[in-house]
Design a protein around this ligand. Structure first.
Ligand SMILES: [Fe+2]
Length: 497
């Protein structure tokens, strides 16, 4: 028996397949195949790829309860469409599913959206029990939830909801409204708002708190689903708005963590939902928990894995995030090193694509992080805002020599927290304006990126590289060889695969 999880119909469609021993056979993002950023629908490319891993017997699990979501749409005066779940899940998504020979017999089972986030986190975590915190913009109705999670004597995952908030009282919607306020795209560019925060002062935090009728209990005065009033903080500097939004969102997250600590019994924290991608705020989690697990894809695409996990029911054998499309072949270490010596930077597209928003070495643009000129050189290709630094990838055993890791994180394998760079002057390309870096630490796991870093360290004495995602501007990350070739031609930069 296989368990197929799908998330689609809103944003960031994903598809995951788990076998009956708890192995993740496939987990991917639709956008990487369709080339539409945040594609909300499943496309044939991802379906065909997933089919390669399917057995004859399977169940299909969907990441939301369409009828419950319809109630929210009704309350928000949005278009409900049809109350038929098949229509709500999306005719063409199901058409794509049903058009596959193997999936014709699959009936679709639906699950609560926040429970899927909880399962995606808890069942991939190493813990036997945990307090699970989910914070996102919105599920069907839930916006924040705290769960007690454990396995029973038969190994079945059990979840008990301890506390929650419902639409429109939402931390995620508040942050998205501020993203919109500074002219960025909500549900897409929140990470840019986070990056801007270091350049401003939080002088408007009090104005933002006044958007809530009860800030300490996370109750909003108005529904921020479509943003704030046009005259909100008129004339304010955008960096100050970003800084104020970050301070405010951190206070709200801390309120939830305090509640989780109070209500939950476990010392282990599992954290999920789109707000868990705020790696700047994540530095605070260690104030509440010593053991922290954030699945590398905590947003809605990752919920396809949560839905599949609920179908499987038990702990999943988590190994790493390399779960998507496979570019077969040896990791091209010699060629990468050669390019790093001659050009200082190189693309790599090899092995299985990362499940989650971060490039972790299989679809990466890598560069020598030493010296002042490399940031501009990489930016010639990436063309991102000058204030945004690139991230470092480092041999895990050397991380503490170069960075001060925040408490609760003795490693950062999926770039989920920021650390303080000990020598930002030596590595200006990978250190932010405030001296922090979003570090990826690589354990001794035999992966291609591990072997590459070992060799780079052996030859240069530097255990780290600059790592940013390999994508054509405005497009999702490179997926297959064809994408890699397009990238190589367009930017005249070697992509090793
Ligand atoms: Fe969500």
């Amino acid at each position: 028996m296989n368990y197929v999880g799908i998330s689609c119909g809103f944003h960031d469609a994903g598809l995951s397949v788990i076998d009956d021993k708890g192995n993740i056979l496939f987990a991917g993002h639709s956008e990487r195949y369709s080339k539409k950023k945040h594609d909300s629908e499943l496309c044939y490319g991802i379906m065909d790829d997933a089919r390669e891993y399917l057995t004859d017997e399977y169940e299909v699990h969907y990441y939301e309860r369409p009828y419950v979501k319809a109630i929210r749409l009704f309350l928000a005066r949005q278009d409900i469409g049809s109350l038929n779940p098949v229509t709500i899940i999306g005719n063409h998504n199901l058409y794509a599913l049903n058009s596959m020979e193997h999936m014709q017999r699959g009936s679709v089972k639906t699950h609560n959206h926040h429970l899927c986030h909880a399962a995606a986190g808890f069942q991939t975590s190493p813990y036997q029990d945990a307090t699970v915190v989910v914070i996102d913009a919105i599920g069907e109705l839930d916006t924040i939830s705290i769960w007690d999670a454990k396995y029973d004597k038969n190994g079945n995952a059990k979840y008990k909801k301890l506390w929650g908030r419902r639409y429109p009282d939402s931390i995620g919607l508040f942050y998205s409204a501020m993203t919109h306020r500074v002219g960025l795209r909500p549900l897409d560019e929140e990470y840019i708002l986070m990056g801007m925060a270091a350049y401003g002062t939080p002088k408007y935090a009090h104005n933002m708190e006044r958007l809530f009728s009860n800030f300490d209990d996370i109750v909003l005065k108005d529904n921020l689903h479509i943003g704030v009033e046009e005259d909100f903080l008129q004339g304010a500097d955008e960096m100050d708005i970003a800084s104020s939004a970050q301070v405010t969102v951190e206070k709200l997250i801390e309120t939830v963590m305090k509640k989780a600590k109070q209500l939950g019994k476990s010392d282990n924290l599992v954290y999920g939902g789109g707000v868990a991608l705020n790696c700047l705020a994540n530095r605070l989690l260690g104030n509440y928990y010593e053991n922290i697990w954030i699945m590398p894809n905590p947003g809605d695409a990752g919920n396809s894995l949560g839905a599949a996990a609920l179908g499987y029911g038990k702990q999943i054998n988590w190994t790493d995030a390399f779960l998507g499309y496979d570019i077969k072949g040896e990791y091209p270490i010699d060629n990468i090193i050669k390019e790093l010596y001659t050009n200082k930077m190189v693309g790599v597209a090899n092995g299985r694509a990362e499940f989650g928003p971060r490039a972790l070495g299989n679809r990466s643009l890598l560069a020598d992080p030493r010296g002042p000129e490399i940031k501009d050189k990489v930016n010639e290709i990436k063309r991102r805002q000058k204030f945004r630094p690139f991230a470092p990838v480092i041999l895990e055993e050397h991380a503490n020599d170069y960075f001060v890791m925040p408490s609760g994180f003795d490693n950062s394998r999926y770039m989920q927290c920021i650390a303080t760079c000990r020598s930002p002057d030596l590595f200006p390309a990978i250190a932010h304006f405030d001296g922090t870096s979003r570090v990826q630490t690589v354990p001794n796991d035999g992966s291609g990126i591990r072997k590459l870093l070992e060799r780079w360290y052996e030859e240069t004495g530097c255990p780290m590289l600059l790592n940013t995602s390999l994508n054509i501007r405005g497009e999702p990350m490179v997926n297959d060889r064809h994408d890699a070739d397009r990238f190589e031609k367009l930017y005249e930069l070697k992509v090793c695969s």
